[in-house]
Design a protein around this ligand. Structure first.
Ligand code: DGJ
Length: 737
């Protein structure tokens, strides 16, 4: 369908009434402005987004949904309010003022006590796939520039806003959002979001959108485990994996954030997102600006699966640091669950030898390698190898890892410091704190205040030195606690709350500079499991740690939730020991592999405990994964049977971009009364191609043909023979030449 629109680009240039139409042919996206109606329009993928200026000068959403014909009429923006209401207008970006009672995008306090801000259209620029609109307060020299950029492949629109103080006095920004997404008016929507906690991330939640506001947020300084900065809104009852309309979006911010979903009294639904306004205050001197986080929004006309596919495609092509063609993730080994803090040169080399023997491509030494780190009470902040554990530094271990044919990765937690560390003894004021108040510890550590220039320089310097002196290919960047007492005593009292923005900007700038100076480096974003997963950090990190919960059964629902918002390419999943450390569940090595192979595969088991049979199984599964990882990481995901809500059977399918390869993973929780496993109907194959099938890690039901057409597999389906508890198998389909 996307190609169909590409062919119509010519027509777009001749849109009746639309002047200043601009086509970004490379991107297959267009932007246009209809001066007669005062309406702007962006088209990309299968999506049209339109907004315009009403007669009061407010910027109002006009349309967001499936792509319209170029000559389809768009409504004239409606006048504001009804007789007794001032605030009904579905504004793109509303200042708090003029009687606004719905969520504002910007709230300012001026030094004279005025807090009224009414933003009206001033000017615009339309170019390529981008539109910029400038709004201005009706009286004061406050300017807001709204940025819109449409992605030609997916129709995902990137929005952000920048406020500039052109008055002669300082002011305080108390709320700064990227803007609002206004949906077509309806009282029949459902909101989907991801909630969780440490060890239980990304649980998919659904609730109806009613006359109330739902707040998804983090007040933790970081992205947090509690909610993902992502939403999807579907038409009630009409939406399945493969059918129905969905509007979705994600915020690119790794600090305290907020997304509100509000149905107002006219049953208009608006989603507003940006910096969390809780405890927020950002002073702007004359001439200064503040830019909101970027907020991405998309539309899918054909169900959740299409939504996930668009997000995945967009993240790989537009967001990740190696975009538009991020390389396939290597199979890694991580030492954490095997050794915890008890690392040593000899012990790591032993693990490395075993990891290499099964086909691992990257060996990662986790926590415990530095300073006096024997447990989590000491050492954070002092980033030199522990001389007892590594008497000759890291080089001998790295050399051994290289000799074994793997590259080397290292765990770091650069934003943190233990009370028991040289760094804290020297610089107790470098942490986030309020003078004279208790300093709350979590996991025996404090958070360094990256907003302080010296702290930023120290953290960058430590990492730069490690990367300059050692051949390190990969950093696992961890952050194992949230903020508390968010003070910045080195700053004037009225400027301390800038920490919420400055910290994260400096965090991003360290990642950016490290990558620029060490272009070969790859980075994983980790925060006590999946506490820092968002589109902001994904611009600088190649993968994310999904959860510390590595139980392969629990992971099915965590990974399922994750897949609604993020690409499987970045979803790290390890094969660890059984019983699992988190919940003591016993599962077979095959089950563990098949669960982890749905994302980016890692091994986190204690290889010293493995039997020869375990090594043989692992070697085979890793070889199979390498042969299918392009399909899993870059293909299209189909959720065939959900693991949620106590489901006894779960299945996913990944199909290669050319539709010639597919792999189906299936998991039975427990066999009951000898019921056979359900029939699985794969999707996304070519109907007329002939595919062979073979089972991996288990068996197909007796009588399954060795080959048949795509139409056969999709319509007739097939089933696995799954017996006992925690049984799993995969089916690999390949089209005949
Ligand atoms: C939390 C991470 O999520 C784990 O994988 C591990 O790296 C530990 N931190 C190390 O302290």
């Amino acid at each position: 369908m996307r190609l169909m629109w590409a062919r119509k680009l010519g027509l777009m240039m001749a849109v009746a009434g639309f002047c200043a139409a601009a086509v970004s042919s490379a991107q297959n996206a267009t932007s246009a402005y209809d001066a007669a109606k005062h309406v702007f329009r962006l088209d990309g993928g299968d999506v049209t987004y339109a907004f315009g200026v009403n007669r009061e000068g407010q910027l109002q959403t006009v349309y967001w949904g499936a792509r319209l014909r170029a000559d389809d009429p768009l409504n004239q923006p409606a006048p504001m309010g009804r007789p007794f209401e001032l605030t009904d207008t579905p504004q793109e970006f509303a200042g708090w003022g003029g009687g606004l009672t719905t969520e504002p995008s910007l709230k300012i306090t001026f030094p004279d006590g005025n807090r009224d801000l009414v933003l009206h259209y001033l000017s615009h620029q339309v170019r390529g796939n981008e539109i910029e609109v400038t709004l201005k307060d009706i009286e004061r020299e406050i300017y807001v520039t709204l940025h819109y950029k449409m992605d030609g492949q997916t129709g995902i629109l990137k929005r952000s806003a920048e406020v500039t103080n052109k008055t002669h006095s300082p002011l305080v920004v108390e709320e700064m959002q990227a803007g609002s997404w206004n949906l077509p008016r309806s009282s029949k929507y459902s909101l989907h979001y991801l909630s969780g906690r440490w060890g239980g991330e990304d649980q998919l939640q659904t609730r109806s959108v009613s006359a109330a506001e739902t707040v998804l947020e983090s007040r933790r300084g970081f992205t947090g485990h509690e909610f993902a900065p992502w939403f999807a809104i579907s038409e009630n009852g009409a939406v399945t994996e493969t059918a129905g309309k969905i509007w979705f979006g994600a915020l690119a911010w790794s600090g305290s954030w907020r997304i509100t979903v509000q149905q107002d009294e006219l049953q208009q639904v608006r989603v507003t997102g940006g910096f969390n306004p809780f405890d927020f205050a950002y002073p702007l001197e004359p001439g200064q600006s503040l830019r909101s986080p970027e907020f991405y929004g998309g539309f899918a006309a054909h169900g959740y699966e299409e939504m996930s596919h668009l997000e995945s495609e967009f993240q790989r092509a537009q967001v990740l640091p190696q975009a538009p063609h991020p390389r396939l993730r290597p199979v890694l080994y991580n030492s954490w669950e095997a050794t915890e803090f008890r690392v040593s040169e000899e012990g790591q080399e032993q693990l490395a030898e075993k990891a290499a023997s099964i086909g691992v491509e990257r060996f990662v030494m986790d926590d415990g390698w530095f300073s006096t780190r024997k447990d989590d009470h000491a050492g954070l902040g002092d980033w030199y190898p522990d001389p007892d554990k590594f008497p000759h530094g890291l080089k001998p271990l790295i050399a051994r890892v290289h000799a074994l044919g793997m590259d080397f990765g290292l765990w770091v937690e650069p934003e943190m410091v233990n009370e028991n560390s040289d760094l804290y003894r020297k610089h107790p004021d470098w942490i986030i704190h309020f003078d004279g108040r208790p300093r709350t510890q979590a996991r025996s550590q404090f958070v360094l205040n990256l907003a302080i220039p010296e702290v930023r320089a120290y953290v960058f310097g430590v990492l730069d030195k490690l990367l300059s002196e050692n051949q390190i290919a990969f950093l696992k960047w961890d952050a194992n606690r949230n903020w508390s007492e968010p003070g910045w005593p080195q700053m004037a009292a009225d400027r301390q709350k800038m920490i919420y923005v400055r910290y994260i900007e400096n965090y991003y700038s360290i990642l950016r500079e490290l990558r620029a100076k060490h272009p070969h480096i790859e980075i994983e974003s980790c925060s006590g499991g999946g506490g820092r997963v968002d589109l902001g950090v994904m611009r600088y990190t190649d993968e994310v740690w999904t959860s510390d919960n590595t139980d392969p059964f629990d992971r099915l629902s965590i990974q399922n939730g994750f897949s609604y918002a993020y690409t499987p390419q970045v979803m790290m999943a390890w094969v660890t020991d059984s019983p699992n450390w988190y919940n003591h569940r016993m599962t077979s090595l095959t089950y563990r592999f098949l669960s982890a192979m749905q994302g980016s595969l890692g091994i986190g088991a204690d290889l010293n405990k493995w039997t020869p049979q375990d090594f043989a199984t692992a070697k085979q599964m890793i070889a199979e994964y390498k042969a299918m990882r392009d399909v899993v990481q870059h293909g299209t995901l189909h959720r065939l049977a959900s693991p949620q809500d106590g489901s006894n059977f779960a299945a996913t399918e990944s199909v290669s971009p050319d539709e010639r390869k597919a792999v189906v993973f299936a998991f039975l929780h427990s066999e009951q009364m000898q019921y056979p496993a359900p029939v699985v109907h794969p999707r996304g194959m070519r109907e007329d191609a002939v595919y062979t099938v073979r089972a991996l890690g288990g068996n197909l039901e007796a009588g399954t043909p060795p080959k048949a057409s795509g139409a056969y597999w999709m319509n007739h389906g097939f089933s696995f023979r799954l017996e006992g508890d925690y049984a799993a198998a995969a089916a690999i389909f390949e089209a005949q030449p």
